[in-house]
Design a protein around this ligand. Structure first.
Ligand code: SF4
Ligand code: SF4
Length: 398
């Protein structure tokens, strides 16, 4: 704890405090380094909002002090979601920003129709996904945040073109923007990056995309091309999943978060990132990247080695889903496995696993499993391992 307090004090003393004022001048160069504060900022596409290249994703955060410290250290943009921590994340953000000038920070939340409203297998919405349901969720989120509006409202996790362009969602989002409850609209997705990015461009509605981007993606060239296309079309680009699912605690190959984050930010089409820090120690590493994205020789060496090391990052290719006899949502389960053993966030993994509404018996009745993962994961072993979280009481998980 002493270390954490020291870290926080260091941030406060670092001279970065108070940098959070938003500059809405679109004519500035695409990238600037403030002279007094060394934070690198980029413009989030045609929204015109300038934000530091490192932002705060709330998926791992349950601590008001961490959010306060992040804002005081120069973070401007905080991203949460309707579903994070069963709504408590939005409440937490609302509490922290109380009393701060509304112009000094950017807040986004992500809203969908609920898991039951989309097929786990096809990703297509069902009849439960109505405009009314979406609008109701937006109002619940704003109430939890204690805000009249969010800066960006994301359509949460449609991973098919048809879903990203699903008319009830688009109609609802248009209404939200028109009523002033969101300044800008976005779409965030965990897989099928190229297809959904093209849909976002074609929609002429979305202003921002939140897209997975990391050095472990097999299709990173295509992802980079899609990002460039979206940036050229004026969309703001927020990178997520930037760490690429490398186990955090392997003593033989210690994870280098700084290298992973810098790799993503080398691309100036990526305007900001949500690296998902959940502790003061992790934040310290990411804040240093906010000031300097130069890859050191040792970081380059690390990336070379780690890029060919088997990791925990599911590519979301969907090959396994078609092969699975029980049609389980395998990519989501692999994500939960990565949260547990890569990010060391079992609570987050449990929340995801429980939300999937899985059958009680998993992978026990198939005999030989026909699933061949494209990157060699032992899928049934990982499923059975992570599914045990369902039975662990929440109070035993940190
Ligand atoms: S063993 Fe598990 S992953 Fe394999 S087919 Fe059966 S349910 Fe699907
Ligand atoms: S085949 Fe493997 S990499 Fe592809 S979605 Fe399934 S688990 Fe992920």
């Amino acid at each position: 704890m002493a270390t954490r307090i020291m870290n926080r004090r260091n941030f406060m003393k670092s001279g970065l405090a108070g940098v959070g004022g938003l500059l809405l001048v679109t004519s500035r160069p695409k990238e600037t380094k403030a002279t007094q504060q060394k934070i690198i900022s980029r413009t989030l596409g045609n929204t015109g909002m300038r934000v530091p290249i490192v932002s705060m994703g709330m998926v791992s955060v349950g601590n008001q002090g961490l959010v306060r410290a992040a804002l005081d250290a120069g973070i401007v943009y905080i991203d949460t979601a309707h579903t994070y921590h069963r709504g408590q994340s939005e409440e937490l953000v609302g509490e922290v920003v109380k009393g701060r000038s509304r112009e000094s920070y950017v807040v986004s939340t992500k809203v969908g129709f609920g898991r039951a409203a989309a097929s786990m297998i096809t990703g297509l919405y069902t009849a439960e996904a109505t405009e009314e349901a979406f609008l109701k969720n937006v109002d619940v989120s704003l109430k939890r945040l204690g805000m009249d509006y969010v800066d960006i409202l994301y359509h949460h996790n449609p991973w098919r073109r048809e879903s990203a362009l699903y008319e009830p969602a688009l109609k609802a989002m248009e209404k939200v923007k028109k009523s002033g409850k969101a300044r800008f609209l976005g779409v965030s997705y965990h897989r099928n990056e190229v297809e959904v990015t093209q849909a976002a461009i074609d929609s002429k509605l979305y202003d921002v995309i939140m897209i997975p981007c990391n050095f472990k993606q097999k299709n990173y060239v295509e992802v980079r091309q899609a990002i460039a296309k979206a940036a050229n079309a004026g969309l703001g680009i927020v990178a997520m999943k930037v760490m690429g699912g490398i186990p955090a605690q392997d003593p033989l190959k210690p994870f280098n978060a700084s290298a992973a984050l810098k790799w993503v930010l080398q691309d100036s089409n990526v305007h900001t990132s949500v690296p998902g820090f959940g502790t003061f120690e992790e934040m310290k590493i990411d804040l240093a990247v906010m000031e300097d994205i130069t890859l050191t020789d040792s970081e380059k060496d690390y990336l070379k080695t780690a890029s060919i090391t088997p990791g925990l990052y599911c590519q979301g290719c969907g090959q396994c889903v078609k092969q699975c006899i029980a049609q389980l949502p395998i990519p989501d389960l692999m994500r939960a496995f990565m949260y547990t053993y890569g990010y060391q966030r079992p609570a987050m993994a449990k929340e995801l696993v429980v939300s999937l509404g899985l059958p009680s018996r998993l992978c026990e009745d198939c005999g030989t499993c026909p699933v061949k993962c494209s990157i060699g994961f032992d899928v049934p072993r990982k499923i059975q391992d992570v599914a045990r979280l369902r039975d662990v009481p929440a109070e035993f998980i940190v």
